[in-house]
Write a protein that binds this ligand. Sequence first.
Ligand code: NAD
Length: 471
Amino acid sequence: MNILSKNYINGQWIDWHGDTIDVHEAGTGEVIARVPSAGREEMEQAIAAADRAFDTWSESSLEQRIKVLEQLHAGLKERGGEIAETICREVGMPIKLATGIQAGLPATITKTYLKMLPDFPFTEQSGNSEVQYAPVGVVGCITPWNYPLHQVILKIVPAIAAGCTVVLKPSEIAPQSAYILAEILDGTDLPKGVFNLVCGPGHTAGDTLIKHPDVRMVSFTGSTRTGHLIAHAAADDFKRIALEMGGKSASVILPDADLGAAVKGTINNCLLNSGQTCTALTRMLVPADRHDEACELAAAAVAKMTPGNPLEETTRLGPLASAQQRDRVVDYIKLGIEEGATLVAGGPEAPEGCEKGYFVRATVFGNVKPDSRIAQEEIFGPVLSIIPYSDEKEAIRIANGTQYGLSGAVWSADPDKAKKIASKLRTGQVFVNGGAFNPLAPFGGFGHSGIGREFGKWGLEEFLEVRSLQL
Ligand code: NAD
């Protein structure tokens, strides 16, 4: 059992003697760690520390910031194995994938900023003006559990690079990697108070962070429900917000596409991290006359995705992160059956041999109506809806027919045609014929999926105010 009864405030580990939150192992349901259920008082201390540190850190040199981020990068590499296993146990992502994604991506993202920073124009000329990009101030970072370290790194690296100071409230469901991060940062030359970590529930610790007048920006990743609360709270004193929220992304398979490759690509994306991925392609749009063929291909693909112990190297589908999430996903599978969709694979029963832990069977529905709840609401589990369409126009209308707009895919034998359709999707990113994930591309949502962008220069700009000096 990992007892983490402390918060990291003003460069010091502060012991916690109050209530704690249990952290569960996704594959067994056992309690593997305890973290503080800290509240308003600790959060106010952390905000005060970040506020005091801002005067100095906002004036720090770029060389100083780069040095700290290089030290962070080295620490992330050094502790990669530990990070992967910690997140594999908490979230349920199979160890092989967790090593590449949950532990590998944070180091990769840090590296992209290290490469970009020396050439980033923190000042530029416009006519007779010098335009300066200044740090926003104290930033509150609030993050979810599905990619717990990656989502933290996407915020704190550009925030620190911009000269901001940070208070992090990680997810209470998967908080341990944030502690590893705090330990790494504690070993760098980062001045005290620039980074602070307080672990606690959303309605107390998180609520204080989003409403405190000294916090000038809230950078949030999580559910649309919490995003609403943050947007309302921010309106009171015009805080800047960056919101990365849910999705219901469509994979549009055009009539001329290689159906086998498109179905395989869509399933692999949909089931990544057992569907606990905001960008998951959870709606597969297929020409009506190829619907049954697509269902057969999908059933064959998920048959290979038997759930198993995420710590085993050979496992491809792990459990969900919590009992609550498992129950929610099972309820959606039952709802799909009630709504009259065809159950092509999977179902609500627990998978055989996985009695302990939070496992759900990879499930595929066919003949899903575009306006049904399983096609409209984010399920956040291994559930794919196959939706038939009659023509291109209808496919685009269905793809754009949810409140979300985070990701998407288009598949066609004609790359120009695929690009043309991709450009009509009201969504933040589109994978064209299986195009590769790019850590330099802007990431974020249209509509209820978000406000603002992360990754690359777009991620850095979120943390900068613009000042112009007329000379
Ligand atoms: P959540 O909104 O319940 O929790 C996210 C964070 O917000 C947690 O740290 C939580 O403690 C905090 N929080 C909850 N209530 C709060 C309040 N009243 N005030 C302040 N903070 C509060 O989301 P979750 O269940 O942890 O994560 C899953 C969701 O995140 C899914 O909807 C998913 O789509 C979304 N997500 C989006 C992205 C993206 O980049 N767009 C990435 C990953 C996850």
